[in-house]
Design a protein around this ligand. Structure first.
Ligand code: SF4
Ligand code: FES
Length: 223
């Protein structure tokens, strides 16, 4: 018998916390997670999701920031675990702590923030192996176009748009720590975004690599 949970459906108006729990718990069990054992906390998070559902039309995560890009934002509709499975497995919880790994006995240590963070957010951007050595990879994070570069084991993230005439730096030529824009040859340091042209440095973003996954930290997107 197939005991897989039914595919995700959109929740209707009038959905209750009990409805969410009834749908989500079997779904996350299949992924190795369970509801936080702190029932009051779990209830509060689900209640926030109901408020978001009533206001914004779906159960967007209460502790993540939406980008405004529907293709991106679908990844933070609860339960978002399939999109962040490796990371949540490493953390032993989802971002908010609504769900914890099945082997965690005491969910009290795993309660996360449930307000939207004010500061920068860390976003899963690619697998290291997606970035060919000494080549660029264009990724979109919300409305931002970012070029990822890899030299050896180091990964760097900078704005993909050349400050001369918006050439795509991800398609540029990389030598050492320098990328040359494919359109007219401006050169940028991939570690700092610096170019010798005045006031034309491109923005860089902090990068962390965990278990082969590249996470890029970007400022909180504007809605
Ligand atoms: S982080 Fe947790 S609460 Fe937020 S959408 Fe993902 S599973 Fe739901
Ligand atoms: S657009 Fe990059 S050098 Fe002209």
């Amino acid at each position: 018998m197939n005991d897989r949970p039914a595919p995700r459906r959109r929740f209707a108006e009038g959905t209750t916390v009990a409805d969410l729990e009834a749908y989500m718990v079997p779904f996350v069990r299949h992924l190795g997670f369970k509801l936080n054992t702190e029932r009051e906390f779990a209830h509060e998070v689900l209640q926030s999701e109901i408020e978001i559902l009533d206001r914004d039309g779906d159960v967007y995560c209460p502790c993540r920031v939406r980008t405004g890009d529907p293709k991106e934002d679908i990844k933070i509709i609860c339960p978002c675990i399939p999109f962040y499975l490796e990371q949540f497995n490493a953390m032993r919880k989802c971002w908010c702590g609504l769900f914890i790994r099945e082997d965690v006995l005491d969910g009290a240590e795993m309660m996360g923030v449930i307000e939207e963070p004010e500061g920068p957010i860390e976003v899963r951007a690619a697998h290291v192996e997606d970035i060919a050595a000494s080549r660029g990879l264009r990724v979109k994070i919300g409305k931002r176009e970012i070029a990822l570069f890899r030299t050896g084991n180091e990964v760097f993230a900078l704005s993909n748009l050349c400050r001369h005439a918006f050439g795509p730096l991800s398609e540029g030529y990389v030598e050492g720590y320098e990328v040359m824009c494919p359109w007219h040859g401006w050169r940028y340091d991939i570690r700092t975004g610096h170019t010798d042209h005045p006031n034309a440095d491109v923005q860089t973003h902090p990068v962390t690599v965990r278990d082969g996954v590249v996470f890029v930290t970007v400022p909180k997107p504007t809605e």
